[in-house]
Write a new protein. Structure first.
Length: 139
């Protein structure tokens, strides 16, 4: 009886975890346009103007239990496809672009019409450690 209880509890935890990831994927579905950005440069937060810059993510409909999900990234005229999964209990997007480059992006906020992410670059030659971008749902 004890083994049956532990088995049922394990199955319930897996279902709850998958459901949370699926809820995130469902909220992401659609097209999102970058509306504001901030960069952390050498410890200082700087607003990055997005006037005239199109940053657009499109997340296609997906069932997380079938593996990776698909999406498209657009930066002005450059477009690239990517596959992604939701990790860390719905708090990260882990993706692979068409060239095989992998990224992990923190989800800071995900509401019906607002999506905010942070990507940590470490300290590169520009001094930029991380960038936070807020998106608004387009459809």
């Amino acid at each position: 009886m004890k083994k049956l209880f532990i088995f049922c509890l394990s199955v319930a935890l897996v279902i709850v975890a998958c459901s949370k990831e699926q809820r995130v994927v469902n909220k992401l579905e659609g097209t999102w346009k970058g509306t504001s950005a901030k960069a952390n440069v050498l410890g200082f937060e700087i607003e990055v103007p997005l006037d005239g810059i199109d940053i657009i993510y499109t997340f296609n409909p997906c069932k997380v239990n079938k593996g990776f999900c698909n999406g498209t990234y657009q930066l002005d005229t450059y477009t690239d496809d990517f596959t992604y999964t939701i990790g860390n209990k719905g708090t990260t997007i882990d993706w692979i672009d068409s060239s095989g480059t992998t990224q992990s992006i923190d989800i800071l906020e995900l509401e019906k019409t607002t999506f905010k992410v942070k990507e940590d670059f470490g300290l590169d030659s520009t001094g930029i450690a991380e960038v936070t971008v807020t998106f608004t749902k387009q459809n």
